[in-house]
Structures are given as C-alpha cells and as structure tokens.
Ligand binder design. Structure first.
Ligand SMILES: [Zn+2]
Length: 305
C-alpha cells in the first residue's frame, strides 16, 4: 500500500488497531509515511470486504436508530450539530441568499435539509450508499440525492462540504481533483475530520474513535491536510481546532468499541445513560475544546484559479 497522499512506499509502523463499531476481531496496521508524515492504513480491506463495514446500522446512515428508545433525544442532538454546520457555512458565504451546495458523503442528509430551510439554491447530496435516505425519501424532497453516480451530477457549486468524509477515501488526490472541477470560481470547500495530532488520539492510540478502523484510510494531522490541499490547488482560508461533532464523541466511540454490544438491533440503547453521565462529568474539560486540540479539526479552503 502506497501513501494515499504522496504515493511514497517508504513508511514506518505506528500502531495496530482493532475493527471499531462492529463485531470483528481483525487487526489493522497504521504506518507513517517517511516522505509526507501522513498516517495511513497499511493493510486496508479490499473493496468488496469494505462493504461489510458500512451496514444499515452504521451511525451516519441511521443516525438515531441504534439509540432505540432514546432516538428522539439523539435527533435533537443531530439538529444542533446540523445548525453548527449551517452557521459555519453562512459565515464563509458572506450571507449570500442563494447558494449551491454539494455535501459529499452526506449519509442521512439532515444537514442539507436544514440548510434548505434557510437558503434558496441547489442542495445536492452524494454518498456511496443510499441507506441514509432510501426509507425516508419524502423527508428530503427539496434535495437532489445521488448514490454511486457522481458523474451524473451536472451542476457547479459555491460550496462543497465534507463532514467526516474525506478520511474515508482511499484515493484522496483523485477525489479532490474531481471536487475541484465541480467548484465555481472562488468556491470553497469545508472539511471537518478527526485530528491525529490531538490530545485524545495521543492518549487512546489504537482505540481512539477517530481511527474508525478500518474505514478511515488516512488519519490527518493539520500538517498533512495542509500538504494535501496546497498540492491540489486549494488555498487554506481558516483552520479551526474543533468541529460540529465534539471531541467527546470520538473519545467515547473509542471506549464503546470495547463493549460487546453489536449483537443488538439498538447497540447504543443500553449505553445512553452512561453516555450522558460521562458527558456531564467531563463537561468542564470539554468546555475549552475551541482552544485545545482535543480530537476534531475543520478546514475552510478556497479553490485557486
Ligand atoms: Zn506520503
């Protein structure tokens, strides 16, 4: 496996990590590239094998369903996360009234739905699977949704968003080239993802939820994402040390992977009370998330002419 960012084959072992959020005893290896320092999955699953890690119970497709009777609370939480995304987008589109937005890796497209309440324009979602919307299409009638047919998207966009999506791609350079061709002049791209050079990545190592083993091909640090974006025709406008998803969630997901919960239809239901208690207890620490590198980062980049 070559480095997905620079193509070098020279790397050094960093850590092993077990499959996360699924019952599977496989061990995967992360290496550091000796050329560009990025951290990447050295023995990724083959493409067919990868599909079994994206079931309909996978969180971004199902969002609240795995929480069972607590679904309604998780839906409120998701709505708050979506509002934070809309606020960031508004800030960087200088309050334009009409925007054309592509959400790449949209999962269940609740963010685009919320955005379409505030703006006029085109709201297009793309994901490799339609599991996030196929059973509830009537909720998303204002959106254009595509699965596995990227070439069918004809529009050009003012904004492309990737919320915890870029790191799932095994060929990020190819992906950025495709996305760049879909951006208007001065169009922006917003990327939120786990930050490898962070407090919890360092503390939890192979168990950290930001690895999402084996679904994440590259575990980006600010330096490796700056390298990728600048090499591929983007100018960095802003780097934030936090995101719409909190660093607490990645820390907690890393802990949850060690519980034997994946035989259940609602794997997170019995963990909900523990989740809330831990959230309350650790609140004083996470309140400083905006100033510390705890686990999530956000990049806002502009297309270079
Ligand atoms: Zn490299």
């Amino acid at each position: 496996m070559k480095c997905p960012l620079c193509g070098s084959i020279e790397s050094v072992f960093v850590m092993n990590s077990k499959t996360q959020l699924q019952k599977d005893n496989k061990i995967f290896q992360f290496d550091s590239c000796l050329h560009c320092n990025s951290i990447y999955l050295k023995n990724p699953p083959i493409e067919d094998e990868l599909k079994k890690y994206y079931t309909d119970n996978y969180l971004p497709y199902s969002t609240s369903k795995p929480w069972g009777r607590y679904t309604f609370i998780v839906n409120i939480w998701q709505s708050i996360v979506d509002s934070k995304k809309c606020k960031l987008l508004t800030k960087h589109t200088k309050n334009k009234k009409i925007v054309r937005v592509l959400d790449f890796g949209c999962g269940k497209p609740t963010f685009l739905k919320k955005l379409s309440n505030y703006y006029q324009g085109d709201f297009v979602g793309f994901d490799f699977s339609d599991l996030g919307w196929k059973d509830c299409q009537q909720q998303f009638l204002k959106l254009k949704l595509f699965s596995n047919e990227f070439e069918k998207i004809q529009e050009k966009f003012d904004v492309i968003t990737l919320w915890h999506s870029l790191e799932h791609h095994f060929r990020p350079v190819e992906l950025l080239t495709q996305l760049k061709s879909k951006l208007n002049s001065k169009g922006i791209i917003i990327i939120e993802l786990p930050n490898y050079k962070s407090f919890f990545a360092n503390r939890q190592k192979g168990d950290w939820g930001g690895l999402h083993t084996p679904r994440h091909s590259v575990i980006y640090s600010p330096e490796s994402l700056i390298f990728l974006m600048q090499e591929n025709g983007f100018q960095i406008k802003k780097i934030l040390k936090y995101g719409s998803l909190d660093a607490f969630t990645l820390w907690w997901l890393g802990r949850a992977s060690n519980y034997n919960i994946y035989n259940s239809l609602y794997p997170f239901e019995n963990l909900f009370i523990k989740f809330c208690l831990l959230k309350v207890l650790t609140f004083p620490f996470f309140v400083f998330e905006k100033y510390l590198n705890l686990g999530v980062m956000t990049f806002v980049c502009e297309k270079k002419e």
